[in-house]
Design a protein around this ligand. Structure first.
Ligand code: C2E
Ligand code: MG
Ligand code: MG
Length: 552
């Protein structure tokens, strides 16, 4: 695009130059004619005016007037040309600056950083020095834009740029790469690495202080990745890529901090990309499957249902746990397909279980931003023929922050269908009573971190006790997660907690293992006959591993 515009400008300039040569030639010819014929023509003209002469050479007079007109025309053209050249120069200067500078902050842009950075790298190599590349990404800048509008966002970016410029050493190159991303580089002595740390720390500290952006006090922070050019980092692109990887590591470590690049980060990124690609191909072919964890009534010991937990049965890596893929599924938008695929398998299976058993399904915060979520779940119930009143949806409090109104509307539609609602991992987030009132929850789940430590940590016991009382007074059922032994189960019973799940009752099981457990307990009416056949063929429920059937 820029090239085409450049070519068009070149053509115009060539045409203008051709016109100028022509004009110049005409003016020079006019002057020569004036010098050659001017004296006699002038005498003849005076004669005509004074009436002395007989007007012997009228032609000569006309030629003189034409000559003067041509000279005047040339003079005017000369003036026009001078103005045009000045304007063209100014436009070229503007275009050059637009091509190399960020118009908002006045910083270099990416192209200019690469050009100037290459010069800096060459200079550093000659002087036996290194170049440090700092890549900065503002944390939660989008919130400022969303809450206060783009004018405030722009003012904040300008203010941030001004602070960065102040903190960089002399002769640094400061650039804005776009959005809320900045990159700065400067030369330093490898033996004196702490100077880079000092600059980076100063930037992180300053940017975590409030900014006055267009009259609004904005609070942000920055994640800053650092790479240096020593070793095999040959060009600016490679240096920026490394700083970018380090910046993502800083974000992952909790934002508002710096991180130096190291090669293990590149490896982790490679692994993450492999996982992401594996997920893209694995979801459609059913590699993601439901596992089921028992949920027990602590007073009667009865099995009340299961929490469905996703597992990735990888063709070469074996069974992979959700902490390895749920976050990636959320970041990449694959969570919706993954969740629906796993739920479909679970509901098709659970349809054949005893009608007293319910299935709880985890819904991630990213899914609760989808206005069509309720419709998708209802469609799934229709497709699988699974009754709505035997499905429970588990959501965490974090789902409610970004858009409580949307969450309320989704949950409202689900509740209207008869689906139950549980608040998962209670006690770990804000545990706000307002959230408990905002949505029609049927159940609170106490996070396993309190339950596993209930015997040794009085604070955990106090929290479990408080949540149980809260559930009682609000009329909500309470389930404790993470019951790892009989002593914890007993303590929970004393505290008045009536439902629970955890490894004490069995680890999450595959579809096949769950089927065996249910057959053993006579909770598989639809395929009871099949289970009896299986007993005769020595695939009896007794072959269920012990860890799944402690309470069987
Ligand atoms: P969660 O919903 O809090 O699930 C309970 C987790 O605690 C499960 O881990 C379960 O295996 C584990 N757990 C159960 N009993 C014990 C115990 O006695 N001790 C200990 N230390 N842990 C126990 P899992 O299966 O690894 O799942 C982890 C998290 O992954 C779940 O936490 C849930 O948030 C998420 N997750 C799992 N499946 C899905 C899914 O299909 N969709 C979504 N969105 N999230 C899922
Ligand atoms: Mg859960
Ligand atoms: Mg939980």
């Amino acid at each position: 695009m820029m090239l085409m515009r450049g070519e068009a400008a070149g053509d115009t300039a060539t045409r203008a130059a051709q016109k100028d040569i022509f004009t110049g030639a005409v003016v020079i010819a006019a002057i020569i004619m004036f010098v050659g014929t001017g004296t006699s023509a002038l005498t003849s003209t005076i004669d005509i005016i004074s009436g002395v002469g007989g007007g012997s050479d009228r032609t000569l007079t006309i030629a003189l007037i034409l000559n003067i007109a041509l000279i005047l025309f040339g003079w005017r053209r000369y003036n026009d040309l001078s103005t045009e050249i000045e304007e063209r120069k100014a436009a070229e200067e503007r275009a050059r600056s637009l091509a190399l500078r960020d118009p908002l902050t006045g910083f270099h842009n990416r192209r200019s950083l690469i050009e100037n950075g290459a010069d800096m790298l060459a200079k550093a190599a000659r002087r036996d020095k290194s170049v440090a590349m700092l890549l900065l990404d503002l944390d939660h800048f989008k919130n400022v834009n969303d809450m206060h509008g783009h004018a405030v966002g722009d003012a904040l970016l300008r203010a941030v740029a001004a602070e960065i410029a102040k903190l960089m050493p002399p002769n640094s190159i400061a650039s804005r790469l776009g959005g809320d991303e900045f990159a700065c580089c400067f030369m330093f002595d490898l033996a004196n690495r702490e100077i880079v740390d000092r600059v980076a720390d100063a930037v992180v500290t300053r940017l975590s202080q409030p900014f006055d952006a267009d009259g609004i006090f904005a609070h942000i922070s920055v994640s800053l990745g650092i790479a240096h050019s020593a070793g095999d980092c040959a060009d600016v692109d490679a240096l920026m890529r490394r700083a970018d990887i380090a910046m993502y590591a800083a974000k992952h470590q909790g934002r508002n901090r710096t991180a130096w690049f190291d090669t293990s980060m590149e490896l982790a990124l490679q692994q993450r990309n492999d996982t992401e690609n594996g997920m893209r191909s694995g979801i459609p072919v059913g590699e993601f499957v439901p596992y089921f964890e028992q949920q027990i009534d602590l007073t009667t010991g009865r099995l009340g249902g299961f929490e469905m937990l996703a597992r990735w049965e990888h063709p070469t890596r074996g069974t992979i746990q959700p902490d390895q893929f749920i976050a990636i599924a959320e970041e990449t938008g694959m969570i919706a397909d993954l969740s629906i695929s796993v739920m479909r398998q679970a509901l098709l299976e659970a349809k054949g279980w005893d009608p007293s058993l319910i299935v709880s399904v985890n819904i991630s915060p990213a899914q609760l931003k989808d206005p069509w979520l309720a419709q998708k779940i209802v469609k799934l119930l229709v497709e699988t023929g699974y009754p709505a009143n035997r499905l429970e949806i588990e959501i965490t409090e974090t789902s409610l922050f970004e858009n409580l109104a949307l969450a309320q509307s989704i949950v409202g539609s689900l509740k209207n269908q008869g689906i139950r609602l549980a608040l998962d991992d209670f006690g770990t987030g804000y545990s706000s009573l307002a959230h408990l009132r905002a949505l029609p929850f049927d159940r609170i789940k106490i996070d396993k971190s309190f339950v596993v430590s209930i015997l040794d940590n009085p604070e955990s016991a106090a929290i479990v006790n408080a949540i149980t009382r809260l559930g009682d007074s609000l009329g909500l059922s309470v389930t404790a997660e993470g019951i790892e032994n009989a002593a914890i189960e007993e303590r929970l019973r004393q505290l008045g907690c009536h439902k629970g799940q955890g490894w004490h009752f069995g680890k999450p099981m595959s579809i096949g293992q769950t089927r065996m457990l249910l057959a053993e307990r006579n909770l598989l009416p639809s395929i009871r006959a099949e289970a009896q056949d299986a007993t005769r063929m020595d695939t009896s429920p007794m072959s269920l591993p012990d860890e799944f059937r402690k309470q069987a």
